[in-house]
Ligand binder design. Structure first.
Ligand code: ZN
Length: 206
């Protein structure tokens, strides 16, 4: 396979926003390679990060992992500054996440507390499902400057980090989802967009 730099250059020569790989492509099911094993020169890394951010915001989404644009390398971007109703923000602990880059990230649960909410994925377009995830996670990675990060996140930011790092491990949220909760985006928006998925649980049987 061509070097990461060559593949990134080819990708950046193509259309913007970058095409988002959909479920069924093996790149989404293959553990991504540590970035530190084959780093890019700083200008190319910056260009890749800018293209990933543009793609995430255009989708729109709150996170994007490199395998979702066809690159099996452990880089993800996250950003969540969307205005959401207060009731939803409170129930889901959806606090704003400024733009940031996760390089070679990993996470672990801080404790046993799980919280269940609907989530979706740009690589499984059109659907959402309930996933039980740790309310708080410890994130370890570096940023795009190579500075070490070791911090705890709680609530929706923890969910975003876990979802994106799972991508780098070859997992999709559906692997962890309550399958009976699966809903089209249209049905989610018209029926199940409540702060917590209790009404959906009663109606759909999960
Ligand atoms: Zn995803």
């Amino acid at each position: 396979m061509a070097s990461l730099a060559t593949r990134v250059e080819r990708l950046l020569d193509g259309p913007r926003p970058l095409p988002i790989v959909q479920a069924g492509d093996p790149v989404l099911r293959t553990p991504a390679r540590p970035y530190a094993e084959d780093p890019l020169e700083p200008g190319l890394l910056a260009a890749l990060i800018a293209a990933m951010r543009e793609t995430m915001l255009a989708a729109p989404g709150v996170g994007l992992a490199a395998p979702q644009v066809g690159l099996g390398v452990r880089i993800a971007v996250i950003e969540d500054t969307a205005a959401v109703p207060t009731s939803i923000a409170l129930a889901r602990e959806r606090t704003p996440v400024p733009f940031r880059v996760l390089v070679d990230p990993s996470y672990e649960a801080v404790d046993d507390e799980l919280v269940s909410f609907y989530e979706g994925c740009l690589s499984v377009a059109g659907y959402q499902a309930v996933v039980a995830r740790s309310r708080a996670v410890r994130l370890r990675c570096t940023d795009e400057q190579g500075r070490a990060v070791d911090e705890e996140l709680t609530g929706w930011p923890a969910r975003i980090v876990a979802h994106e790092v799972d991508h780098l491990d070859g997992m999709l949220y559906l692997d962890r989802a309550v399958t009976r909760s699966l809903t089209s985006n249209e049905n989610y928006l018209s029926r199940w967009a409540t702060p917590v998925p209790d009404v959906a649980g009663q109606a759909l049987g999960f």
